[in-house]
Write a protein that binds this ligand. Sequence first.
Ligand code: SF4
Length: 507
Amino acid sequence: MSAGRGITAAFLSQKEFAAPSQAYEVLPFRHTRLPAVPDQVLVTSGVGEFLFLSEDDFGRLTGGTLEPGTELYRDLRTRQIVCDAERGPFLQGLAAQQRTRKHFVTEDPALHIFVLTLRCDHRCHYCQVSPRRPSERGFDMDDETADAALDRVFESEAETLTIEFQGGESALAFPLMRRIVEQAAERARRAGRRVRFVMATTLHLMTDEMLVFCRDYGIELSTSLDGPEHVHDANRPNGTRDSFERTVGGVARAREICGHDRVAALATITRHGLRYPRETVDTYLELGFESIALRPISPFGFAVKSRRKLGYTSDEYLRFYREALDYLIEVNLAGRRIEESYATLLLTRILTPFPTGYVDLQSPAAAGRNVLVYNYDGGVYVSDEGRMLAEMGDDRFRMGSVHDSLTDLRQSNAMKVIKEAGDAEKLPVCSECAFVPYCGADPVLNVATQGDPVGHRPTSEFCHRHTGLFRIVFELLAARDPGVLRVFLSWMTRRDVSELAAAGYRA
Ligand code: SF4
């Protein structure tokens, strides 16, 4: 064969590269196939619109053989996956939607976490900090540090400021918390700003006087309740071995004084708890909660040391989660409203362009940008996990001190690491993932679990768990069961299922 003939055979003719004659363009999209949705391809647009296509229709999309005017073409156009030759107004709509989704990027930090003390009366096996005994000294925030931290809070121009108090046990530092709340409320009043307060507490040490103060300042109380008594007490031992009983008593008293809806609870799922998905939901139902958060165990702090005893694989967690979710749907359809808050978050991400304000699943990462953590010793961290990592000996996510200005904190090396590794859309594997419009990047978690901020998705527990969670939600959406869709809509709109005639959603 001559050289000339070889070239002719190896390259297509110039005609093949001419501009396509079709009157539409295909915009960037991602796709995946879900094991439980055979013969369908899930296609997601760059701004999070989605559609399930048959394999034939997916072939038409990728092969450039769509026919304008058909229902398939209209569906793809509505989902911003194809656009007509007249692109101007279309791209403006796309940009507006992206601006809404990513609006948080332009906002100042709204969530300000104060770690008042490391002292605690519990020794929870999965605790993320190294708790100190209630009588120990030197582990509380002092007044000067608290004042400087408040200055940072009010430097932020976020529309609503949220101050969250954490520990240890916040109630052990109640006089300091009272001082911060009074000052913050007064500064907000003078400046015409809106500030809300959240207190993480076991509720065991809260007196009526403390609860009255919480009521007067509208402080939301967030406690831990890990499920049935034997699970909760095994996970959260206290000195008197009655943690469950005292938590239940604390919830009742707090509701009585502050109001029913002022008390929320989270369930941390340990290996022991994995065996009781229905019982965990039942415990929340019996105690009159309308929301449950089924939180997997964290890889930070004490939890690392206890992982062998308390830990499990993502697949085990996903099996637990699916069973609990199916049961919750059943309960809601039977007339009792109770949401799973992480499912509500994912559904809101998938079905609406509106920001959720949840800082742990954002892209670009919200750590340091939308949340700041003020440690008891005056250190400022990008997130609670960044602070815990420092306790484990790695302080790369320490932004600086409470005495540094917000501008300086934002220009810290810690923020450079977050910015470089915090865009999920740019990360290896995530950039191709159909779920990336709804997912997030977590450089702090990547450092803690995989040793570097970018991380490695094929071996990432975070990725494996989120892939599983997105699959569960999309499988339920693809099934188009009217009852399930109504339950989901009721969670997203915070209304009873009975108030919703039909979900009005078409997959
Ligand atoms: S972390 Fe995993 S599930 Fe999330 S976008 Fe990246 S690849 Fe997808």
